[in-house]
Design a protein. Structure first.
Lengths: 290, 153
């Protein structure tokens, strides 16, 4: 039988965290336990009373409590962080979003975790807390592989901190249906278009095509400072291949994921940049992202 | 914890809320369709928000207000029941309690949801019988009739 304890304060959490498995929204953890994962002791942190505020804004940056529900994230930040908001709106269902937390999505470390690509594209930083005090890690470095994180024993994620986008940001995923779908492949982007249409500060992050979220730095380099015209787009899409390592699984094959990753980038560049925007095109009509 | 307005005292903090509601409180509206948060048949409101009771342990909601389908009848949501009946939004009935609770969660927040808003709010509730159109129509009809809203009787 699984033991159940509650940490209502941060000092209780500090004491209990090394002794069991933290439980926040539980929307994946409880499913894993139903499928056979053995957890001897659960430490519920969903009712932590003296944690940081859900969302704080200061100086062009946003700090989100790890315990903020996804519903809270999208309500508070839809305007300010459209890429993250898009990933959350497409996440699970209303019921899942009302319980799942942004910190939980990071700590669960699924390769298909949907909040990871927009956070990685934004260069988000995670503040961790534990018996050895606090430390800061890039969110993109939190997951080491499927289900494994850089969290030490007794450590938890306290807040996620990221800058507001200077230009555009977005997120798109491909899944088996419009909701409640684990991503087959996903892409988050941030860039700034200058008056001539050239892209600057390009950040591209892909999910579900590697054991962890991938910053497509080679593709970013192909785009940096350039107009996203046909041959530039082709080179950027071509540069994705060597940095992703998709697998065959029940949802999709590796070659399909590879093709989809390229298509996601191509369409983002074609549709989401002023240079190539083609309003009324068939592709634009099928978009369901932000 | 309050369930439908009544204080309750569950014994086993690690028990699933769904099991507690069904087995200990005989509130069998919430159903175990999948046990994994995918189908929504177990949907209840916790502090006004639709959640899957199969993915909540009782200890996590020991200070919360839980409302099940049974608890909706007296709270102005008769319009939802009537609209479901009038629009044939229920066939086998298995998804219906979860659908109605999710709809109630939506109508708490959005006075006049459009088609897309209803479908998004109910995206976590699966129905194998109706094809959803009658359900969406019922929710929109009920929205117009909830007391206090424009056009309500």
């Amino acid at each position: 039988m699984t033991e159940f304890l509650t940490a209502r304060t941060c000092s209780e959490l500090r004491e209990l965290a090394p002794t069991g498995q933290l439980l926040a929204g539980g929307t994946d953890l409880l499913v894993q336990m139903r499928s056979g994962r053995v957890v001897r002791r659960l430490i519920d942190i969903s009712n932590l009373q003296d944690g940081p505020p859900a969302v704080e804004r200061e100086d062009g940056r946003v700090r989100i409590s790890a315990l903020a529900s996804l519903t809270t994230v999208v309500h508070e930040l839809a305007g300010a962080l459209p890429g993250l908001a898009a990933s959350v709106r497409l996440f699970g269902s209303e019921q899942i979003r009302n319980r799942a937390t942004i910190g939980g999505n990071l700590a669960n470390a699924s390769p298909a975790a949907d909040t990871l690509p927009p956070l990685a594209a934004a260069g988000a930083m995670a503040t961790l807390n534990g018996s050895a005090g606090t430390r800061v890690l890039p969110v993109a470095d939190l997951a080491l592989g499927p289900g494994r994180t850089a969290l030490r024993t007794g450590e938890w994620i306290e807040t996620i901190d990221l800058p507001l986008p200077a230009g555009d940001e977005g997120f798109r995923k491909l899944g088996g249906r419009q909701a409640m779908a684990i991503s087959v492949a996903s892409l988050a982007w941030r860039w700034r278009c200058d008056d001539d249409g050239r892209l600057h500060d390009v950040a591209l992050a892909l999910g579900a095509v590697a054991p962890r979220v991938i910053r497509a730095t080679d593709a970013e380099a192909e785009l940096e400072g350039r107009l996203p015209v046909a041959d530039v787009v082709d080179r950027a899409v071509g540069a994705l291949g060597s940095q992703i390592s998709p697998i065959d699984d029940v949802r999709a094959s590796a070659w399909y994921r590879r093709a989809v990753a390229g298509a996601l980038l191509r369409e983002a560049l074609v549709i989401r940049t002023p240079q190539r925007r083609s309003p009324g095109s068939a592709v634009e009509a099928t978009w369901t992202s932000a | 914890m309050k369930v439908n307005g009544n204080l309750v005292h569950p014994v086993d903090q690690a028990q699933r809320l769904l099991t507690f509601l069904r087995d200990d409180l005989a509130l069998t509206g919430a159903k175990e369709g999948c046990g994994m948060g995918e189908c929504g048949a177990c949907t209840v409101l916790v502090d006004g928000r639709a959640v899957c009771s199969c993915l909540i342990l009782v200890g996590q909601v020991d200070r919360a207000d839980v409302v099940t389908a049974e608890g909706l009848s007296g709270s102005g949501y008769a319009a939802l029941q009537e609209a479901f009946a009038a629009n044939h939004a229920s066939q086998c009935g298995y998804c219906t309690p979860g659908m109605v609770v999710s709809a109630a969660g939506l109508l708490h927040r959005v006075a006049d949801p459009d088609d897309e808003a209803v479908r998004e709010a109910l995206a976590g509730n699966l129905c194998r019988c109706t094809g959803y159109a009658s359900i969406v129509k019922a929710v929109q009809e009920a929205a117009r009739r909830v007391p206090g809203r424009e056009g309500a009787s």
